[in-house]
Design a binder for this molecule. Structure first.
Ligand code: SIN
Ligand code: MN
Length: 233
């Protein structure tokens, strides 16, 4: 085979800079980041589902925390989340029951867990029964918090679409340092389970105008977290 020469630089190929792996940093045990896990086609399809879910039966809304509306808006599947509990019906919105978690989403969650951990058995017992679907406009943020309204300590699977955000992933003891800052970009998968399941985390910033063309969102950021509530009924 001929050695690559300057002429090769002029050939257009589908292997553009987006295929160059983004830098990864060491994460605490149980936390995993898989950049670009979803294809653009998969992202577009999820965005279309998001628009369906957002219209109801329980419309997307900003939850109120201690009397203040969150800047992020949320629509839920399976169980309706409000600070700091789950219910089957949206008692703080319109009293309707939320949509079920679709089977494809359970399978997607299992595939995500296997991909993130590299362990083919990681998802043998994993059946997420709720999805919190968040929409971030340019200035939306999420403060440091633990996901601890679930009774189960099964891993949380997080998928991001649209604008890149700064994601802060901390420790299980305090909202403050030590934490790691990383970018979650469109198509990225993040999983936190095991010793990291109760780590504080948050989204200090969304970077407007960074959504890749073809992801289905012109502006803003969607984040889907799949969880196991451990609740009955
Ligand atoms: C969350 O902590 O529930 C959402 C995190 C994110 O938007 O990436
Ligand atoms: Mn969270």
């Amino acid at each position: 085979m001929a050695a690559a020469g300057p002429a090769d630089r002029l050939v257009t190929t589908p292997f553009d800079d987006a295929l160059v792996p983004r830098p990864r940093q060491e994460l605490p045990e149980g936390a995993h980041h898989v950049p670009s896990w979803l294809t653009l086609e998969q992202q577009r399809w999820l965005v279309a589902r998001f628009h369906e879910w957002a219209t109801g039966p329980v419309p997307i809304r900003a939850a109120r925390v201690r009397g203040h509306e969150m800047s992020v808006r949320t629509v839920c599947l399976g169980w309706h989340w409000r600070p700091y509990e789950y219910s089957r019906t949206a008692v703080d919105v319109n009293g309707e029951r939320v949509l079920d978690v679709p089977d494809w989403m359970v399978r997607l969650g299992r595939a995500a867990l296997v991909a993130a951990t590299g362990d083919v058995h990681a998802a043998d017992d994993y059946t997420p029964d709720t999805a919190l679907v968040n929409f971030y406009e340019d200035t939306a943020r999420m403060g440091m918090h633990q996901d601890k309204d679930e009774r189960s300590r099964a891993p949380v699977v997080s998928l991001s679409i649209g604008d890149t955000c700064l994601f802060r992933f901390g420790n299980t003891e305090t909202r403050t340092k030590p934490y790691r800052d990383l970018d979650l970009a469109s198509g990225d998968l993040f999983v936190f389970g095991g010793p990291s399941r109760l780590a504080y985390h948050g989204v200090p910033k969304v970077h407007p105008g960074t959504a890749p063309s073809g992801c289905g969102l012109d502006a803003g950021r969607i984040n889907i977290t799949l969880r196991v509530t451990g609740l009955d009924g």
